[in-house]
Design a protein around this ligand. Structure first.
Ligand SMILES: Nc1nc2c(ncn2[C@@H]2O[C@H](COP(=O)(O)OP(=O)(O)OP(=O)(O)O)[C@@H](O)[C@H]2O)c(=O)[nH]1
Ligand SMILES: [Mg+2]
Length: 601
């Protein structure tokens, strides 16, 4: 029987989890083989690298002092919180990372609450003590207070604390005295995280995660709660609907460093990846073939938002993408639901349109961005929060919003949040910033980030997380400005844009190909207007000379995918192709829009 420790690393977004896990892998290799390694990068998919965030949790494993330590790196963004909750089932302890300047944030509270509820005792790591304005002692105090407020047991309140800098590769008991390695953390794990509890009985593994390999197909990943599992063994798969299917294990792997290691047998307490299990879902139990006993299923957070996904039917349809039909869209969305647990897809009365339910803007935008990179064209509608009727009362999702801003702009931020039914709960100094906490309907967050950043010259740090459903708070004013809409199709000219500059801000550049009904700018007033940007002199070389009209044109306003998702109105779509993101009116022609608006009244 080997000595095993199973730990999950949890924290608010960006507090340094992945950096720390990279360093742990690094040091354990050096420790064993006495050699240098390249920088390891755990955030290995393209979107994770570009955005510098973890989207999927990952299993790795290191060996240290006769122990095998299985580590699960988790995502810190609130939209992926369901993932954390699930993988905590594989752990016997957690490392809670907290940024030595920021302190506990909304997601810290959420993940810590889940860990405490599962009876796990954390090792607290106050990370980033190298930051100039850090305040590790205060942060320690607030972590203690947070645990207390989350009803931690006496035992849990006696948590171990380490200070350090994952980036500078050290951990130790005192933040003022840097050590020369992160080994003190590994020692603390071995000493304070309990070994897995071994229950007597036949095989039980709950599938908590999955992985793909081009060679062997899908891996079912889980921790062996009871018994042993071997290559080629017959097992029973216990499904959600109560059915039990007999199948055979093909290959069996354990985690070793960043990769997997093929093995013959794995015993209870360890985490393994199994192939050969067909049609499994997360939450299913792999059990003994003669005595199948399923484990209690994992509940998954309900979606709080939905968006209409539809095929691209703009005049530019099919020009830039490979997969454009409703069949393509349907198959791709259905495939996604197999691994993206918090996502739900519903058919509508039209075979071209689907309602996609998710946990927030980022959750849905990651899917959209992935699809566009794969060659899909699609359109999406304005994100809608999901209302619920609770005891006969219409309720809506409410979030905790935390904004840290420079003193002098705090007033503006409070005003913006209050306009959207935000309720200020906390206002206190944090370093030289002002720390604000609000309770606000999810609806009110739509587009708020953009306004807050503008109001604070980009200085605000903003975070929010779903807390609960509460009775509907009443109407919230939407976007104040209307849209500038292209009257005609074709290339726009610098001359025409220049003449219209006093009407608002443009999202397009001279020379862009447009179509009738495309949203090309923001009107300076509250109504939509149709403008002609094609007329006038066609300047052949837009950028060439200083005497051209175009030199006076303000640069176009550019939106990220998420900003556009938050920007569009109810009667608008976002057209997404591998090459472009365009906004458009659902009804491209003005007479159609007038007719439809009348119908709605
Ligand atoms: N100054 C400083 N920066 C750090 C430290 N540890 C991590 N960082 C930086 O913080 C940023 C976020 O680090 P990550 O390790 O990706 O954070 P994470 O917690 O994995 O983030 P998510 O997975 O998105 O929740 C990166 O730019 C790191 O370089 C540290 O000890 N000191
Ligand atoms: Mg990470």
């Amino acid at each position: 029987m080997q000595n095993i420790r199973n730990i999950a690393i949890i924290a608010h977004v960006d507090h340094g989890k992945t950096t720390l896990v990279d360093k742990i892998i690094h040091v354990s290799k050096i420790f064993r083989e006495n050699q240098q390694f390249e920088d390891l990068i755990l955030d290995n998919n393209e979107l994770e690298r570009e955005r510098g965030i973890t989207i999927l949790s990952k299993n790795v494993s290191v060996r240290y002092k006769e122990h095998k330590i299985n580590i699960i790196d988790t995502p810190g963004h609130a939209d992926f919180g369901g993932e954390v909750e699930r993988v905590l089932k594989m752990a016997d302890g957690v490392i809670l990372l907290v940024d030595a300047f920021e302190g506990p944030m909304p997601q810290t509270r959420f993940v810590l609450g889940k860990a405490l509820a599962l009876g796990l005792t954390p090792i607290v790591v106050v990370n980033k003590v190298d930051k100039e304005n850090c305040r590790p002692d205060e942060v320690y105090e607030s972590v203690f207070e947070l645990m207390f407020n989350l009803d931690a047991t006496e035992e849990q309140l006696e948590f171990q604390t380490l200070y350090g800098s994952a980036k500078q590769n050290w951990m130790g008991p005192d933040w003022k005295n840097p050590t020369d390695s992160i080994l003190p953390l590994l020692d603390a794990i071995i000493e304070h995280i309990p070994a897995p509890k071994i229950d007597e009985g036949t095989l039980q593994i709950q599938i908590t995660s999955l992985d793909y390999s081009n060679f062997v197909g899908r891996f079912a990943i889980g921790r062996i709660a009871r018994g042993t599992i071997s290559e080629n063994q017959q097992i029973a798969l216990c499904k959600a609907d109560g059915t039990i299917k007999k199948m055979r294990v093909k290959e069996l792997h354990t985690f070793e460093g960043l990769s997997k290691n093929k093995v013959q047998t794995v015993t209870s307490g360890d985490i393994c990846a199994v192939t050969g299990i067909e049609d499994f879902e997360i939450g299913d139990t792999i059990a003994d073939v003669d005595n199948p006993e399923p484990l209690k299923r994992i509940s998954i957070d309900e979606p709080t938002m939905n968006m209409l996904f539809t095929i691209n039917n703009s005049p530019f349809f099919g020009k830039e993408g490979k997969f454009v039909t409703s069949r393509h869209l349907r198959d791709r969305l259905m495939k996604e639901t197999e691994k993206n647990l918090a996502l739900r897809v519903e058919s509508t009365d039209s075979e071209d349109r689907f309602l996609v339910y998710g946990r927030g803007i980022l959750h849905l935008s990651v899917l959209i961005e992935t699809m566009r990179r794969e060659g899909y064209e699609l359109q999406v509608g304005q994100p809608q929060v999901i209302f619920k009727e609770i005891d006969g009362v219409k309720c809506e999702p409410i979030e905790t919003l935390v904004v840290d801003v420079p003193q002098e702009t705090a007033g503006k931020v409070i005003e913006l949040a209050t306009q959207r039914k935000g309720e200020l709960l906390v206002m206190e100094p944090k370093g030289d910033l002002q720390h604000l906490e609000f309770k606000i309907p999810s609806r009110g967050l739509n587009g708020l980030r953009n306004n807050v950043l503008t109001a604070t010259q980009g200085e605000a740090i903003m975070n929010h997380r779903f807390t609960a459903y509460e009775p509907f708070k009443g109407p919230i004013p939407g976007r104040i400005n209307g849209s500038l809409i292209s009257m005609e199709g074709g290339q726009c000219t610098a001359y025409a844009i220049d003449k219209l500059q006093d009407r608002g801000v443009f999202f397009i550049e001279p020379g862009d190909e447009l179509y009738t009904g495309q949203v090309i700018g923001e009107h300076s007033r509250d109504n939509d207007i149709v403008v002609n940007v094609q007329k006038g002199k066609k300047l052949t070389n837009m950028r060439a000379s200083g005497s051209d009209d175009n030199v006076r044109i303000a640069p176009p306003k550019r939106f990220s995918l998420e900003e556009s998702m938050e920007y569009i109105q109810k009667d608008e779509y976002l057209e997404i192709t591998p090459k472009s993101i365009r906004m458009r009116k659902i009804y491209l022609y003005e007479n159609e829009r007038t007719r439809m608006a009348k119908k709605e009244d």
